[in-house]
Design a protein around this ligand. Structure first.
Ligand code: ATP
Ligand code: MG
Length: 750
């Protein structure tokens, strides 16, 4: 029939509409933040369905998070009216890879009920592999091997494809060997890790062209969001699948490539035109998200990066507020200041869900969480320490896994003696040996062992009871609603009771979590569906729609937008992160800068940057310097917020007058940098009340060799004489500015 008129097309500008309507052949939408790339992708999918170009099951659409996939599904429904059924191929690379692998597991030497290991299980397994190879696990830690192997999987390299010499450093050249042993262990466990999902897909596609062909025919259209962050394996996977109909549309922004450390190759976006001949490249320049100040601040910052494609961005919005920069004493005060700002927004009826705090490192979150709890401000952590990662949840899931997936050794081991049932190390060793000798799983070995004399009578009895319970639960699996069964398993296994008898302070919370767990399982059809979800959730997938502040890392904020965005911790060493600089030099710095760009461009109306003079990192107090990224913001779009004036924070550019962006290398900075070091005791807090009232005179010269009575120069307050010294803080009677507390690192001797 005749296609229905498409009102959704009217809500697009010309190039956006062109990108939506260019349905045939490869299309790349390359554009800056907030220009509507995701909107284009969503509308394009709606358009495909609406014009009957494809059935929902014929479109492969890749999003970066599970949450983004859910949102896209909803929006498509809204665009074409009603819910869309049958969009089975909309999800993350991991979810899509898992789905394909389940269908063809046998081709990869797996059964279709294979387990997807999370990072923790992965590390435990690698530990075993390292030990089995008689390598000193202390010297060659499993984590290091894990990151090596992940790196190879990101590049789609199997154990036999690892280039000679690569990873040679690990265990004197045993890297590839251990990789092979690890893969073998995975196969016996009927398990895969995240990296395997796509690598196994690729192997199947290569070895079974008819399977590949089948998928190539099925996927008439392929859509990919955040294309700049695809790694080699993802890229190869897309390229193979797109070879059929060649209708692939990727959207991305080279300036937002922030997963290089995880193997993403920004090159993928740069060479799209060569990979997909005849590709149409569409650029979008109008930003619909942010005010001019925010947009210009971000655009100015990112120009410091070399080797970008470069792009113009403009907006029709009103000028709005400048990006603010504020210095504070330490992280605690930063949390307090931001808490106060948020309370003010709240009084002005701003909704909390339109406020986000984006941190560079997850340890920064705790201070905010504490503060919010204190103030009674509701908040959610996105992608943070996940619910599913808590010990009691992992234990419970191990029970469920063992019931649903008998050969899951890691699950078996985790709970075989939890609660204690007299199956300690000796029994577990025996089970291990038996499993290895018979080449089977621990579960099967256990079943054989209860009919033998291998174990002491007591252990044998305990194992028999355990095996019988698991078998009973397994029989109930198809019969009982899975939530009921879950409850039954937790009760009958004695697991719930274990926490009921536990007298530690955490126990009640753990019991609550277990209840919450069973409740949360209701949204799944069955146990298998639930377990699949658990192994795939990358982010906290918060279902609540309550009005809450959003707390997350900058990495987790990709693609999102909020009215107000707080960007705390803009300090050298934290942001840019020292590790990025140490490990990857200029490339690392540029990736950090892109992260800063991503952070600022999440803001629709307000971006509020802050930095602390003292930061506690891994229990060490550190004097810190404002991030160089602050210097790189264009002066005209930034306003310095004063935080009282009992003390001042360093750099001269924080004059009352404004912002002199050029003196990052001023003597004060150099001196501060020379003095920046670690101590294990916290610096004493700056007084919150008038400095005059807290004057503590010390006669002895203190930190950094300043003496009372000495004449000094401060870049903001000019000349003055030291009245007292307290730790690293000086009270100085300035000739023009009056008496102030300042930090000694920002003061020069005259
Ligand atoms: P990012 O690079 O951050 O992922 P993006 O390019 O994907 O950004 P979107 O998230 O799609 O941008 O769009 C940014 C905002 O602008 C959204 O709120 C979106 O609804 C809005 N928007 C996009 N295009 C238009 C348009 N033509 N008219 C009105 N609003 C638009
Ligand atoms: Mg987007």
């Amino acid at each position: 029939g005749v296609a229905a008129p498409a009102p959704y097309l009217e809500n697009l500008n010309d190039p956006q509409r062109e990108a939506v309507e260019a349905l045939d052949g490869p299309v790349l939408v390359l554009a800056g933040a907030g220009t509507g790339k995701t909107r284009v992708l969503t509308t394009r999918l709606a358009h495909l369905l609406n014009t009957r170009r494809a059935w929902p099951s014929q479109v492969l659409a890749v999003t970066f998070t599970n949450k983004a996939a859910r949102e896209m599904k909803q929006r498509i429904g809204a665009l074409i009216g009603g819910t869309v059924e049958g969009m089975q191929w909309l999800g993350t690379f991991h979810a899509l890879g898992a789905k394909i692998l389940r269908r063809h597991a046998e081709l990869a030497g797996l059964r279709s009920d294979f387990t997807i290991l999370d990072t923790d299980d992965q590390i435990r397994l690698m530990k075993q592999v390292i030990q089995a190879a008689d390598i000193d696990e202390k010297r060659w830690p499993a984590r290091q091997l894990a990151s090596l192997i992940d790196g190879w999987k990101n590049k789609a390299l199997g154990p036999d494809q690892v280039p000679k010499g690569e990873g040679f450093a690990f265990a004197n050249g045993k890297g590839a060997e251990l990789y092979a042993a690890y893969q073998e262990r995975l196969k016996t466990l009927n398990a895969v890790d995240f990296g395997d999902l796509l690598v196994e897909n690729l192997r199947i596609f290569q070895e079974h062209p008819e399977v590949l062909e089948d998928f190539q025919n099925r996927f008439k259209y392929i859509l990919v969001d955040e294309y700049q962050d695809t790694n080699v394996a993802q890229y190869l996977w897309l390229r193979l699948l797109a070879r059929g109909h060649k209708n692939i549309c990727c959207v991305g922004d080279d300036d937002q490539s922030i997963y290089g450390w995880r193997g993403a190759e920004v090159d993928n976006i740069l060479k799209f035109e060569t990979d997909f001949p005849g590709a149409k490249v569409i650029r979008l320049e109008q930003n619909y998200r942010s005010t001019p100040h925010i947009l210009q601040a971000a655009s100015g910052l990112i120009t410091a990066n070399q080797g970008r494609l470069g792009k113009t961005l403009w907006t029709q919005m009103n000028e709005g507020e400048k990006v603010t920069v504020k210095g504070v004493w330490d992280g605690e005060e930063e949390a307090r200041a931001i808490g106060e700002d948020i309370e003010q927004f709240q009084r002005k009826d701003h909704s909390l869900s339109e406020i986000a705090i984006l941190v560079r490192a997850s340890f920064q979150m705790r201070e905010f969480e504490d503060r919010f709890i204190n103030l009674g401000l509701p908040y959610r952590v996105i992608g943070g320490p996940r619910f599913y990662e808590r010990m009691e949840i992992r234990d419970a899931n191990a029970y469920f896994r063992l019931v649903a997936q008998p050969d899951d050794d890691l699950a078996f081991e985790r709970i075989i003696n939890k609660p204690k049932r007299g199956l300690g190390n000796v029994a577990v060793q025996t089970l291990h040996q038996a499993a290895r000798a018979q080449g089977t799983s621990m579960w099967r070995a256990a079943r054989a062992l209860i009919d033998s004399e291998e174990l002491k009578p007591q252990a044998r009895r305990a194992l028999t009871t355990f095996v019988e319970s698991v078998e009973r639960w397994r029989k109930l699996l198809p019969a009982l609603p899975h939530t009921e069964l879950a409850e039954q398993i937790l009760d009958e296994s004695g697991y719930t009771e274990m926490w009921q008898n536990d007298k530690t302070a955490e126990a009640p919370g753990r019991l609550d979590n277990l209840k919450e767990l069973v409740r949360s399982m209701e949204q799944f059809e069955n146990m298998a569906g639930y377990l699949e979800h658990v192994s795939l959730v990358m982010d906290k997938d918060d279902q609540e729609t309550d009005d809450k502040i959003n707390l997350m890392t900058l990495h987790a904020a990709k693609g999102l937008e909020f009215d107000t965005v707080f960007l705390p911790g803009w300090e050298e060493g934290l942001f840019p992160h020292q590790r990025a600089l140490d490990e990857s030099g200029l490339a690392g710095l540029e990736e950090e800068r892109r992260l800063a760009y991503v952070g600022i461009t999440r803001a629709k109306k307000r971006a509020k940057i802050s930095f602390a003079a003292n930061r506690r990192i891994h229990n060490l107090w550190q004097n810190s310097l404002p991030s160089r990224f602050i210097d790189e913001l264009p002066e005209a779009n930034v306003e310095v917020e004063q935080q009282g004036d009992t003390y001042s924070y360093g750099p001269s550019r924080f004059d009352e007058g404004g912002f002199a962006g050029s003196d990052y290398d001023s003597p004060g900075w150099r001196r501060a940098r020379a003095n920046a070091g670690s101590t294990s005791t916290p610096p004493r807090r700056a007084p919150m009340i008038d400095a005059q009232a807290t004057l503590i005179a010390t006669s002895a010269p203190d930190a950094e060799g300043f003496a009372r009575g000495e004449r000094v120069f401060h870049q903001k307050f000019g000349y003055g004489r030291i009245e007292s010294i307290e730790g690293t803080k000086l009270t100085v009677a300035f000739e023009k500015a009056g008496t102030k507390k300042v930090i000694s690192s920002f003061v020069e001797r005259t």
